[in-house]
Design a protein around this ligand. Structure first.
Ligand code: FAD
Length: 292
């Protein structure tokens, strides 16, 4: 384990942040070390956080009073006959989707081309775009229980997937090692005509962000539209702002920005939307603090 490590680049917002302790999981052997690491965190009253691509994390601290566990587990196995995919948790989801399509001719994950982050992060948050959700073709996940040191599997039902949610969201006991998917049939929530590759390249705001900041309050009401109506599109506070291109994209204009500007804008947006529309916006992005 390393001490006093700069982790500013580990979150999509790239706010200035460091951690007291840092551990990187490079192999399955490293996963087994998590038992001792979690024990150490309990004995010393430290927080603990698993980080994949960091594209859904806002670090609301200057120094993390705990242990950042950076995942680095990669590799996947696709069987063209059965169309089953087993993938380690830190594989870049967009990269896997591209290889499946261009090397193996399987386009079931086409919608994930261009989606930032890892397969692990996508499973934890049930990521989805253009009608496809990671849960749609999910079979099971292999988890490491850091309390008992045992590995076990959870199936679709046990994962309790919801809108940008699963059993694994917001916890740091179970480390997701790998997941299995059945990519033999297209299961989409709705049909979208949008060309996702073009959209990601040309229509989506570029820069430091974690994508959409707030969840949509319902199927018919989008956070982006509410923020736009309330005047937040392009609204800036210090080095943080809501994108001019997409009002629900909270962003920073430079690396090492102070996280408090993002929190200021988040609070302002929540309060204003509540007063104007009687709707409380829930963040989709996980806000990580030192609160114990
Ligand atoms: C430009 C942009 C566009 C985006 N568009 C979309 C979109 O269209 N749809 C969408 O759903 N999301 C979107 N996102 C958000 C992001 O891509 C997803 O949330 C992504 O799945 C997060 O993956 P990650 O690896 O970065 O996870 P992280 O941010 O690293 O982590 C997310 C959560 O998973 C947990 N976690 C990560 N790895 C593990 C593990 N191995 N074991 C246990 N827990 C773990 C973390 O503790 C955290 O709670 C976008 C983000 C950006 C920056």
């Amino acid at each position: 384990m390393q001490e006093n490590v700069d982790i500013s680049k580990l979150s999509g917002f790239k706010t200035k942040a460091s951690t007291r302790y840092y551990f990187q999981v490079d192999s399955v052997d490293d996963v087994r070390q998590l038992y001792d690491i979690v024990d150490f965190s309990y004995k010393n009253n430290l927080n603990l956080l698993f980080v994949g691509g960091g594209t859904n994390l806002l670090f609301a601290f200057y120094e993390y009073d705990g242990i950042i566990v950076k995942n680095n587990l990669s590799g996947f196995d696709y069987n063209p006959q059965t169309k089953k995919l087993v993938v380690y948790s830190n594989e870049d989801i967009s990269n896997v989707a591209e290889i499946l399509e261009y090397k193996y001719g399987n386009n079931i994950w086409h919608r994930f081309i261009g989606l930032p982050g890892t397969v692990g992060g996508a499973v934890v948050g049930n990521a989805g775009c253009f009608g496809l959700q990671i849960s749609n073709n999910f079979l099971n996940a292999t988890l490491y229980d850091t309390f008992t040191g045992e590995e076990f599997c959870l199936d679709y039902e046990q994962m309790k997937f919801g809108y940008r949610d699963s059993l694994l969201k917001g916890q740091s006991r179970y480390f997701l090692v790998k997941a299995e998917f059945d990519l033999s049939q297209k299961i989409e929530k709705y049909h979208s005509d949008v060309d996702n590759i073009y959209f990601r390249k040309y229509k989506q705001p570029k820069g430091n962000s974690c994508g959409s900041f707030f969840k949509n309050p319902s199927k018919d009401v989008s956070s982006g539209l509410l923020l736009e109506k309330a005047g937040f599109k392009g609204y800036q506070y210090k080095d943080a702002f809501f994108s001019q291109q997409h009002a629900n994209f909270l962003m920073t204009s430079k690396d090492y920005t102070d996280f408090s500007s993002l929190i200021y804008l988040k609070d302002a947006a929540q309060k204003t939307i509540y007063h104007k529309f009687n709707i409380w916006l829930e963040p989709e992005v996980s806000i990580i603090s030192n609160y114990k």
